[in-house]
Design a protein around this ligand. Structure first.
Ligand code: ARG
Length: 290
């Protein structure tokens, strides 16, 4: 068994900001220079993951589907099972067919075992709104701006795992992965203002005070909560010094990548990837240096 982490990423050649489905997106401010910088930024993220020992599978770019670069929204994946997403906005609905074909190919290669559809009419935007907490052994699932509340039950039944729902209130933090990130050591990095009082209560009930790392407005706006965590390393967009200090104090190592062109679309490291090999039985191990 290959134990290396495996991620999906999309070729950024067709990436642009050409419509506005969240407040970060401003098509008028998008230039050819942004597109060039996006290609370099995506390559930097890929290399950062590969340097940490990960495999990266590539989805081909499709003209007219710029947000295909955010495969975290394509599906929820656990134990080889894939629950295909359904997008709220017509601008992204064309991605569903593309990702369906991508998962069929991954299945043919034995990299996943099963692809499941959501019930008719239900909206759920993949791992962007359903984050596996490997330490606690359950999903945290966001709903409101994009995914339906009813999707929580579908995730629970599909994977046979507990799902803790977290309602999102802010149009700037419209996917759970923009404001919530469970870490390998049991801490949770989150931006409290993005949640309803009930959601905050659910977080505070399950995460001990010492394990709650709060990201302030500037840290969240830098899209640093949208991080990929591998053992004690966090791969994220360029971080304010304040956040760097908080995470280092908890024993994490940061690998920062300039993801500015993708932040213009409202996304960064976590949502530019989709982890394919997550297993419910695995508990993260903080690897000692060899
Ligand atoms: N422009 C994309 C959208 O609004 C960005 C998606 C970022 N994905 C995420 N999981 N945060 O849908």
């Amino acid at each position: 068994m290959d134990a290396r982490p495996r991620f999906l990423m999309t070729d950024p050649s067709a990436f642009e900001v050409s419509y506005r489905i969240n407040p970060w997106m401003d098509p008028a401010a998008w230039t050819a220079a942004c597109a060039d910088r996006a290609k370099a930024a995506s390559a930097d993220l890929r290399h950062a993951l590969q340097d940490l020992g990960a495999h990266v599978e590539t989805v081909e770019a499709v003209r007219g589907l710029p947000d295909l670069v955010f495969p975290a929204n394509a599906a929820v994946v656990l134990d080889g099972k894939v629950l295909l997403a359904r997008f709220r906005h017509p601008e992204r609905q064309g991605e569903e067919t593309v990702f369906r074909a991508v998962f069929a190919r991954l299945k043919a290669r034995g990299l996943i075992s099963e692809v499941v559809d959501l019930p008719e009419g239900m909206l759920q935007e993949g791992a962007g709104d359903a984050i596996w907490d490997a330490q606690r052994g359950h999903f945290w699932a966001g709903f409101g701006p994009r995914s339906n509340r009813a999707s929580l039950g579908v995730i629970r039944r599909t994977f046979g795992q507990e799902v803790v729902g977290l309602e999102l209130v802010s149009d700037r933090f419209y996917h759970l992965d923009t404001c919530f990130c469970p870490l390998s050591g049991g801490q949770v990095l989150y931006h409290p203002e993005a949640f309803t009082p009930d959601a905050l209560a659910a977080i505070r009930e399950r995460v001990a005070p010492a394990d709650r790392i709060e990201a302030d407005a500037a840290e969240a706006a830098a899209f640093c909560v949208n991080a990929v965590n591998l053992a004690d390393t966090l791969v994220m967009a360029e971080a304010p010094a304040s956040l760097r200090a908080k995470l280092k104090a908890q024993g994490y190592r940061l690998v920062e990548v300039d993801l500015a062109p993708f932040i213009r679309s409202g996304g960064a490291a976590y949502c530019m990837t989709l982890r394919l090999d997550r297993a419910s039985a695995a508990r993260p191990v903080i690897l000692a240096a060899e």
